[in-house]
Design a protein around this ligand. Structure first.
Ligand SMILES: Cc1ncc(COP(=O)(O)O)c(C=O)c1O
Length: 435
């Protein structure tokens, strides 16, 4: 194999059969499309190359900066490709939540601009959202940027329509699989691959996987966020199912420990989601079927994510006072207050949002303790007196309700969560201030 540059090594990843002794399916052959073997480490290498290729000559001529709204694999691949052409790369994001990935991007020479806001994929109807404003700036002619625009760029889908999908068919001797399972981030890989497979067999069942509400699996959307993605077309999926970070880590451990596959959390989630979906079908089958899932990237970048969620794996004691240990009943019983009552008797107001969002707008007198830091504080015990009235605030009132439930369990009886969060406060016309 001899190449002129590393981008020629993108694609043509192996399709590897998972040992039935591991997945336990009797009538279904389960294969993993090993996208972790792309040269820059993920499924996003394909989309990055396909999106940037036509923009490179103009960008090189003008000395433009390549820019993308990404906190992970797309940014990594674009930073490497831009570097190969002597171009700077800038990643704009509001969710740089995995420290190893941030460090890696900096090492690759990327500039990182962190913005306030809710979702990384912008809502074009919300012109006030900092990401939407940034999007408009980037897309303007003569901005000095070339913007690959992964959430809206059809070339993201085409990378998989012409690459990932046909490769799977070729490796299955010209047949499409009966089931195709993929996690959904920008929706590019699932949409493009599904389209290619259905060109061979319109009956392919496509299972899209997203993270459960309020959960976090790096690289993919939650069930609430997915509808904001420009490329997301619900018609692509026969079913859209949720996976939890626990499912993703369980699957990751199986792939890592039993399958010789150092997969990241979404690869693990895809495996787990595939087996969960297929198990009841398998029991009814009388002839053989084939299923394929995507292993998007590698495990090494997620050690801190795993350490935080499964300390025992690293020989550390399990965490006390952790929101992940709350039951659904405890969360449902979290003490909440509406805007009117909260503004009458606020007490100590703790805003759990990121510092950028806090700086942009917050409740007067509130203090900012970002939720990851607040979680750390609580592991050590109550950081304030039991009788101190506390109002917890987050974007929409979901995270703050969990922490309120946890504080309740820890014996703090004067805690409340602001129902509807800062959004409800703003919509009620209550006063917000800017730093
Ligand atoms: C780790 C990981 N898994 C899955 C995906 C989903 O891929 P897509 O954006 O094609 O939906 C991504 C996308 O960034 C990712 O980074």
């Amino acid at each position: 194999m001899r190449y002129d540059d590393m981008t020629e090594a993108i694609g043509n990843t192996p399709l590897v059969r998972i040992d039935p002794a591991v997945h336990g399916l009797v009538n279904i052959d389960l294969y993993a499309k090993m996208e972790l073997l792309n040269p820059f480490g993920s499924v996003k290498d394909r989309a990055a190359l396909q999106m940037i290729r036509p923009l490179l000559p103009g960008a090189a001529e003008r000395g433009d900066t390549v820019v993308e709204l990404s906190s992970g694999n797309t940014a990594k691949a674009l930073a490497l490709i831009a570097g190969m052409h002597g171009l700077p790369f800038k990643s704009v994001t509001n969710r740089m939540k995995v420290p190893e990935i941030k460090d890696l991007l900096l090492l690759l020479g990327a500039e990182i601009e962190e913005l306030p806001g809710q979702a990384e994929c912008l809502d074009p109807t919300d012109t006030e959202d900092p990401l939407s404003r940034m999007h408009a700036t980037l897309s303007a002619n003569g901005s000095g940027y070339v913007h690959t625009d992964q959430y809206f760029n059809e070339r993201n889908v085409e990378a998989h329509l012409h690459g990932t999908g046909p490769e799977i068919v070729k490796d299955l001797d010209g047949r499409a699989p009966d089931y195709f399972v993929a996690c959904v981030g920008t929706a590019g890989s699932s949409t493009g691959t599904a389209r290619a497979l259905r060109q061979h067999d319109p009956d392919v069942r496509v299972i899209g996987l997203v993270a459960a509400k309020s959960d976090f699996i790096p690289g993919i959307r939650t069930i609430d966020e997915v509808h904001e993605v420009g490329l997301f077309d619900p018609g692509v999926y026969d079913t859209l199912e949720t996976i939890t970070s626990d499912d993703a880590i369980d699957g990751l451990l199986t792939l890592v420990r039993r399958c010789g596959t150092p997969a990241g959390p979404t690869g693990g989630g895809a495996f787990q989601g595939a087996v969960r979906h297929l198990r009841p079908i398998d029991a009814t089958l009388t002839s053989r079927r084939t299923a394929v899932f995507i292993v998007c990237d590698r495990v090494e970048s997620y050690l801190s994510y795993l350490r935080e969620r499964r300390p025992a794996l690293f020989g550390r004691p399990s965490r006390r006072n952790d929101v992940s240990t709350l039951t659904a009943e405890e969360i449902a019983a979290a003490p909440t207050v509406g805007v009117e009552e909260a503004s009458r008797r606020p007490g100590l107001i703790i805003d759990l949002r990121n510092p950028h969002a806090y700086r942009a707008l917050h409740i007067d007198g509130s203090i900012n303790i970002v939720d990851e830091l607040f979680a750390e504080l609580l592991h050590g015990g109550l950081p304030f007196g039991r009788r101190q009235p506390v109002l917890l605030v987050c974007p929409v009132g979901e995270k703050s309700a969990r922490y309120a439930a946890l504080l309740r369990r820890m014996g703090h009886l004067e805690v409340r969560s602001l129902a509807g969060g800062v959004i409800a406060w703003r919509d009620a016309g209550a006063r917000l201030v800017r730093d």
